[in-house]
Design a protein around this ligand. Structure first.
Ligand SMILES: Nc1ncnc2c1ncn2[C@@H]1O[C@H](COP(=O)(O)OP(=O)(O)OP(=O)(O)O)[C@@H](O)[C@H]1O
Length: 240
């Protein structure tokens, strides 16, 4: 059997005295779309930081495609699409340049793009429907288009596991549909997609698997069950 996209075993994460995740054990299947659902502060971003290797667990282990997070990151297996407010949009780079950074891990010290890298960048721009806007400054795009630019960067990187932090937040329904279509296309190619959300809007028809967090694990399993009202009541009704 092939390795899970993401596996957490007995993971506890802390920021000083703050307990962000408490003894979480779960598996996210490879080649599927997983929705990580929970209220603000339930530990979604913390889980992403752990999977990216940007935060070490206080206890327990995290694996990505059967490897340590450090190995997965070095091999470019995992990519992260940030929330809009985590990015400096005034930075003077074009959409194409942002997408091209997805190839940097593959380049030598000169960081010079080879023809194959350029082709991968153009193909990724095409995949997300941004080819016509490739020369625009990233700051001149709408919120939904910016998110698609970061998805294109992850596609160019040829990441096998793609983490998206709140991809549907503050995005109109047309852009939401565009992002959803791209994610389904990636699943078809065998990419594992993990989407965090505190809005349930489009999660049910997008996700195969659901992880419901409330600092500890409320549910991990088929999306249809995880997004059932009684599970969500436990996740969203509880007061910390
Ligand atoms: N750098 C930090 N220092 C201290 N506490 C933190 C830090 N980052 C997060 N926390 C705390 O850890 C807990 C989990 O936060 P986390 O960001 O993982 O939640 P989240 O589910 O992603 O929330 P949101 O939906 O608001 O993004 C919260 O109580 C939060 O206040």
């Amino acid at each position: 059997m092939s390795a899970a996209a993401v596996e957490l075993r007995g993971v506890t994460a802390r920021y000083g005295q703050v307990l962000a995740l408490d003894d979480v054990t779960l598996t996210m299947p490879a080649g599927r779309i997983t929705a990580v659902v929970g209220v603000n502060g339930s530990g979604k971003s913390t889980m992403f930081k752990l999977v990216m290797g940007a935060l070490s667990p206080w206890a327990g282990t995290v694996q990505v495609l059967g490897r340590s997070t450090a190995e997965a990151r070095r091999a470019g297996l995992v990519a992260y699409v940030p929330q809009a407010h985590d990015v400096d949009w005034d930075f003077p780079v074009s959409v194409r340049e942002v997408v091209a950074t997805g190839r940097y891990g593959r380049l030598g010290l000169t960081r010079r793009l080879r023809p194959a890298d350029r082709d991968a960048v153009e193909a990724a721009l095409d995949d997300v429907g941004l080819a016509a806007l490739a020369d625009r400054q990233i700051g001149e795009l709408s919120g939904g288009q910016r998110k698609r630019a970061f998805v294109a960067r992850a596609i160019a990187q040829e990441a096998r596991v793609l983490l998206l932090d709140e991809p549907f937040a503050g995005v109109d329904t047309v852009s939401q549909d565009g992002i959803t279509a791209v994610l389904k296309q990636l699943r078809k190619r065998g990419t594992s997609v993990v989407v965090s959300t505190h809005e349930l809007g489009s999660a049910p028809d997008l996700a195969d698997h659901a992880v419901v967090l409330h600092r500890s694990l409320v549910f991990s399993g088929p999306a249809a069950q995880g997004l059932a009202p009684e599970v969500l009541a436990r996740a969203f009704g509880m007061v910390r």
